[in-house]
Design a protein around this ligand. Structure first.
Ligand SMILES: [Zn+2]
Length: 362
């Protein structure tokens, strides 16, 4: 037997207007707060964050802008700043890379971190995991952290203002929870923990199937609705819970293909979840699922603004580059989780089948 340690976020505030509780939450954690994140995210939340801290008489030390990757250099710089400025609580805003950078630096300095995601592209706001990259953007590893966020503030009124492609990315990554879990689950060895992961993953899929189209509409109209809240719960809470329950070890061919894409200059900058979302379809093709099943998955991807053809995100990608991407994906650790060996030919054919079923290039 071995011990499993499950690291949950201490608090989750979700729903419209959740940011109104940020000040009280931070006040319980420390008296000197620093806001860190991407430039755009900081610009959109700083007035509210400063006001919230002011109401609770917490000193606001200002905002530090993160640029670039969640890489060792960026993490070390932030950790140094946290120590130098005597920060007692970190408020991290932005997308997965900014939140992960802040989570790692805060754990290194033993400072609580409150996540305030400005885009719903991943479940990074709630997990005790961080995805590290090399400075050039190539994926490095997934780092388990000793502590999760002290609080995650998931405000639908804030998240509705992010570009649609970020919500699409979150949906793509969340759908992978179910598609990949189903591909690799060992049903003969079902435990309570894997049962929760399974149920959560399937719930993510069901919620997205029902609500993704209306959630996308909410973002297009910049007006939060119930569908968006349901999809945000799927992305952050249920997908997050799956990651926590399985310690992140639930990934397979969709994430492996993503990793392959990070090896290429033409696709490296595309949001993680959009590439995983395309990878999901290739995973279903690798599993030899029927045309009907694939067509339904392609329709759901389309309704969620997820690409169903490489041309949609890398129109100039050539065959040699695609070959490199596939070869890289075959060597990714996630690919080894597949229940059968995947070779070059199978992966190439899976991509071709998805693209052929997804119809004429748009
Ligand atoms: Zn992912």
């Amino acid at each position: 037997m071995f011990t499993q340690r499950l690291v949950f976020p201490a608090s989750v505030l979700r729903g419209r207007g959740a940011i109104k509780h940020l000040g009280a939450m931070c006040g319980r954690l420390g008296q000197r707060a620093l806001l860190v994140g991407g430039a755009r995210a900081i610009a959109s939340v700083e007035p509210q964050v400063a006001d919230q801290l002011d109401q609770q008489m917490v000193s606001y030390l200002g905002a530090d802008t993160l640029s670039g990757e969640c890489c060792q250099q960026q993490i070390a710089q932030l950790a140094e700043r946290l120590t130098r400025q005597g920060v007692e609580v970190v408020i991290a805003t932005g997308g997965g890379r900014a939140l992960d950078t802040a989570k790692i630096a805060a754990v290194m300095c033993n400072i609580p971190v409150v996540t305030l995601p400005s885009v719903a592209a991943t479940c990074a706001a709630v997990t005790p995991l961080a995805f590290r990259y090399h400075a050039n953007g190539q994926f490095r590893d997934m780092l388990p952290l000793a502590n999760g966020p002290a609080a995650a503030v998931i405000d639908a009124d804030l998240l509705v203002n992010a570009p649609l492609s970020w919500l699409a990315a979150g949906v793509g990554d969340t759908l992978a929870k179910w598609y990949e879990y189903r591909a690799i689950a060992d049903l003969d060895n079902l435990s309570g923990l894997s049962g929760v992961a399974r149920t959560n993953s399937e719930l993510c899929y069901t919620l997205i199937k029902h609500f993704a189209a209306d959630a996308c509409l909410a973002v297009q109209q910049r007006q939060a609705n119930r569908a968006l809240e349901q999809v945000l719960d799927a992305i952050f809470l249920y997908a997050g819970l799956t990651s926590i329950m399985s310690n992140g070890a639930h990934t397979a061919a969709a994430h492996a293909l993503y990793e392959g894409f990070t090896a290429c200059d033409k696709t490296r900058h595309i949001a993680h979840g959009l590439l995983v979302g395309f990878g999901n379809l290739c995973l279903l093709a690798l599993e030899q699922r029927s045309d009907d099943e694939l067509l339904a998955a392609i329709a759901l991807a389309r309704a969620s603004a997820i690409p169903t053809h490489i041309d949609e995100f890398a129109p100039t990608l050539n065959e040699a580059e695609l070959q490199q991407i596939i070869e890289h994906s075959l060597n990714a650790a996630d690919m080894a989780n597949m229940p059968f060996d995947v070779n070059y030919q199978q992966m190439r054919e899976a991509i071709a089948r998805v693209q052929q079923l997804s119809g004429p290039k748009s």
